[in-house]
Ligand binder design. Structure first.
Ligand SMILES: *[C@@H]1O[C@H](CO)[C@@H](O)[C@H](O)[C@H]1NC(C)=O
Ligand SMILES: *[C@@H]1O[C@H](CO)[C@@H](O)[C@H](O)[C@H]1NC(C)=O
Ligand SMILES: *[C@@H]1O[C@H](CO)[C@@H](O)[C@H](O)[C@H]1NC(C)=O
Ligand SMILES: *[C@@H]1O[C@H](CO)[C@@H](O)[C@H](O)[C@H]1NC(C)=O
Length: 425
């Protein structure tokens, strides 16, 4: 509370009790070094996405109220020095700030995701579990997490620590001693490193460590394992996590369906998704090494990868290094286990026809496809606003052109597109 009082003269507190989000000014630059941990939203009053984030962010502040994390926001049109200092390039941007370090939140802007991000960043890269009850409740929660059991020394521990520091914004990493963890692990040796997901435990097999490899090799092997295992076997793919999923460098196999605003899916699409999911879980051992499976609930994202508007539901496979994509010729209803096996084998031995990719013409076409859909749908969503924006001075215009043309395909805005679909219904 001392902190809040200290802030009052510097900044005004917006409806203090109700929202618990502190409105920061450029004075923040002077005091941030001695003021602990901060979660800060950088916004601009004219930005629609910022307005939509506002209520979510208030809930985030509520959820973090009893932690040591301060929650604030900055109007970057008034305090542009802050935006510059923290290299903010788009609105809204959420950052975790501690002393001189800051980390940008890249996930989906839901309360759960933002709160998890803040809690991960607030602790050390690997958090200690001291009671069995805590471990038990983590396992019951069905959330994905990593667990190291054993003495905190040696190559496995050091590599785990390196990997966890790098992946801290995205996943939960824990450690426990044998006494605390023995009931909840079936790893056969110690120390052990496992991931818990979908009610199962998968353990890192350290053949490399036994072969007396040097530290760099072990380090690399553990990092690769952590990087691949941090997703569910059948992961929901969103704009917030697709760039992370691509880091696995695997083929990404996605069931594309359409979710409405209430996250509901039609029966037919659900049946399709569940069929793909069942195959995925059943054949995990066969495909896990080279394929990451999942599903997409927003067809716009999949369409911008495929660069066309395809009838739903469909299956899309993406080569994460070259960005080539593959679509089976069969009707979705005919995608049996055997058909999918055959299709994936053909992709793997590179005999299936590949589309798209990263070549210049393809990227130009993708830009064109994106710009056409985004602008078209922006117009549909709000003709007045679109005209207004485009009637504005050159600075704004270039800003918009920049965000339309240069944004990574995965970062493209989506709300306008949803508006269009609503109109069509
Ligand atoms: C124990 O290991 C097996 C595979 O060897 C795995 O299927 C099972 O889920 C594990 N047990 C727990 C509690 O995770
Ligand atoms: C170990 O791996 C991490 C993560 O990839 C990397 O940042 C670090 O430099 C590596 N350390 C060594 C000594 O190889
Ligand atoms: C993607 O394509 C490249 C080039 O054809 C190939 O070497 C690679 O194995 C493919 N698969 C993945 C998962 O990147
Ligand atoms: C690729 O795999 C498919 C399916 O197993 C097979 O029919 C085809 O002959 C293979 N092609 C090559 C070039 O190996």
């Amino acid at each position: 509370m001392v902190l809040v009082l200290f802030f009052l003269p510097l900044a005004f507190v917006l409806s203090a009790e109700a929202s618990r989000v502190l409105e920061l000014s450029d004075k923040f630059l002077e005091i941030r070094k001695d003021s602990g941990h901060w979660l800060v939203m950088f916004y601009a009053p004219w930005c629609g996405h910022c307005k939509r984030l506002e209520p979510v962010y208030a809930h985030v502040a509520q959820a973090l109220y009893r932690t040591s994390i301060n929650v604030g926001k900055v109007d970057c049109t008034r305090f542009s020095s802050l935006a510059t200092e923290f290299s903010v390039r788009s609105f809204p941007t959420i950052k975790y700030i501690r002393d001189t370090e800051h980390q940008t939140f890249t996930g989906d802007r839901t309360k759960e995701e933002i709160v998890s991000f803040a809690l991960r960043m607030a602790g050390p890269p690997i958090q200690d579990i001291k009671q069995s009850e805590k471990l038990q409740s983590l396992i019951m929660s069905n959330q994905l997490f990593f667990l190291y059991i054993g003495e905190k020394e040696g190559s496995l521990w050091d590599s785990y620590y390196y990997g966890a520091s790098k992946l801290q914004p995205y996943s939960f990493f824990y450690a426990a001693n044998v006494g605390v963890a023995k009931l909840y692990s079936n790893a056969s040796q110690l120390p052990s490193l496992s991931v818990y997901k979908e009610g199962k435990q998968y353990t890192y097999i350290d053949t490399i460590i036994e072969s007396q490899a040097d530290f760099a090799t072990i380090n690399e092997s553990v990092y690769k394992w952590l990087n691949e295992e941090r997703f569910e076997t059948f992961q929901k793919v969103t704009r917030g996590n697709i760039n992370q999923i691509l880091q696995t460098k695997k083929y990404i196999v996605m069931a594309v369906v359409e979710e409405n605003k209430l996250f509901q899916i039609s029966k037919e699409m659900e049946e399709f998704r569940d069929r793909i999911k069942a195959i995925t879980l059943k054949k995990r051992d066969k495909y896990h090494k080279h394929f990451q499976f999942g599903w997409i609930g927003s067809p716009e994202l999949a369409n911008s990868i495929a660069m066309s508007v395809l009838p739903l539901p469909y299956l899309l496979v993406l080569n994460s290094t070259t960005n080539h994509h593959y679509i089976p010729e069969d009707e979705p209803s005919q995608l049996t286990e055997e058909a999918i096996d055959l299709f994936l084998e053909q992709i793997f031995n590179q005999s299936a026809p590949a589309y798209g990719g990263n070549s210049l013409p393809v990227n130009l076409y993708r830009t064109y496809f994106e710009a056409r859909t985004t602008l078209g749908e922006m117009w549909w969503g709000n003709p007045v606003l679109t005209t207004l924006l485009f009637g504005l001075p050159l600075g704004f215009l270039s800003l918009i052109i920049y965000s339309v043309c240069c944004a990574d395909i995965m970062d493209a805005e989506e709300e306008e597109e949803q508006l269009l679909h609503k109109k069509e219904e």
